[in-house]
Design a protein around this ligand. Structure first.
Ligand SMILES: Nc1ncnc2c1ncn2[C@@H]1O[C@H](COP(=O)(O)OP(=O)(O)O)[C@@H](O)[C@H]1O
Ligand SMILES: [Mg+2]
Length: 288
């Protein structure tokens, strides 16, 4: 890609390349900064392909700051089975081995769906204290004050939230909360979760939400079996699912609003539907 074509896209910030070349993280490995990974869809825009003198590829993640890089490295160390090998951290940079494979976005086998399920359930077995109430309220208020939600919609969502909250106890765990299919890769039959920023303390079951939307029923069945089957999913009742979905919509719309991401309608419309009907459109719900 030429610089000119790159400049057409708002996610491309020329200065990042300059900064990395000036700061020189992992000087023996990052000899050649090739390109931003993930192309146009990349959410964070923080990850890059770099190559060493021998032509070996790596993924370089430039985090917002050193504290964030430390936290990510800590979580990745807890979940070594899940991520590509972490080579090290240097200030706000983290270096990973490069996966020569494909993401599961466009194509995935039934077996690969099973393995994704196993990975997700392995991660969410780790319980950690977390409280999601205040951040949810703050985000909902922000959506309303930015006029994305009408006052009546906000009020309705508040009511739905408090009603569901009475019925459901959300469980807090370590989760692959950003479990979009581009974040899973397969190489020689092994599945990796490659978006190290997408694993955090979150609500148990968050990893199911993208799967419900994106997998067909055969694939989802296989995913669920990998996740541990019916028994492992007893916590995921209809009410639990609704409350989780509400958190998910509000969280993702809030994040996109902050980034100035134009794809806000994808979830704003279903959230408005949720406010009217008390539940999201059927494609967002697990078939039971
Ligand atoms: N270790 C890796 N090896 C090879 N490709 C990777 C690796 N990590 C990420 N990618 C590719 O880069 C894309 C974006 O990476 P990701 O870490 O998910 O960034 P973002 O936070 O911007 O989504 C992934 O969807 C995948 O295609
Ligand atoms: Mg990603």
């Amino acid at each position: 890609m030429t610089t000119k074509t790159l400049h057409k896209h708002s996610w491309f910030r020329d200065t990042d390349f300059h900064t990395i070349n000036t700061e020189k993280p992992f000087p023996d490995k990052c000899l050649n900064l090739k390109k931003r990974l993930g192309g146009i869809q990349a959410v964070s825009g923080e990850v890059f392909l770099v190559i060493d003198a021998a032509g070996q590829k790596y993924k370089l993640h430039r985090c917002k700051n050193t504290a964030r890089a430390r936290r990510i490295a800590m979580i990745v160390n807890l979940l070594q089975k899940v991520f590509p090998a972490l080579i090290g951290r240097d200030r706000c940079y983290i270096l990973f081995s490069f996966v020569n494979g494909r993401t599961l976005e466009k194509r995935r086998t039934i077996k690969e769906c099973f393995e994704m399920g196993k990975l997700c359930s392995y991660v969410s077995a780790i319980q950690i204290k977390g409280n999601f109430h205040f951040s949810f309220q703050r985000k909902l208020n922000d959506l309303a004050s930015n006029k994305l939600l009408a006052p009546a919609e906000k009020k309705s969502l508040q009511q739905i939230y408090f009603q569901l909250k009475k019925q459901v106890k959300l469980c807090s765990v370590l989760e692959l909360w950003d479990s979009g299919l581009p974040n899973f890769m397969v190489s020689e039959g092994k599945i990796f979760f490659v978006d190290e920023g997408g694993a955090e303390i979150s609500i148990r079951g968050s990893c199911l939400l993208s799967m419900i939307e994106k997998l067909n029923s055969k694939q989802f069945k296989s995913f669920s079996q990998g996740y541990g089957g019916r028994k492992a999913m007893t916590f995921f009742t209809s009410e639990y699912e609704l409350l989780l979905r509400l958190f998910y919509f509000v969280g993702i719309i809030f994040a996109r609003m902050k980034r100035g991401d134009k794809r806000i309608n994808k979830y704003l419309k279903p959230l408005k539907y949720f406010a009217r009907k008390g539940k999201p459109p059927i494609r967002f719900l697990m078939k039971r």
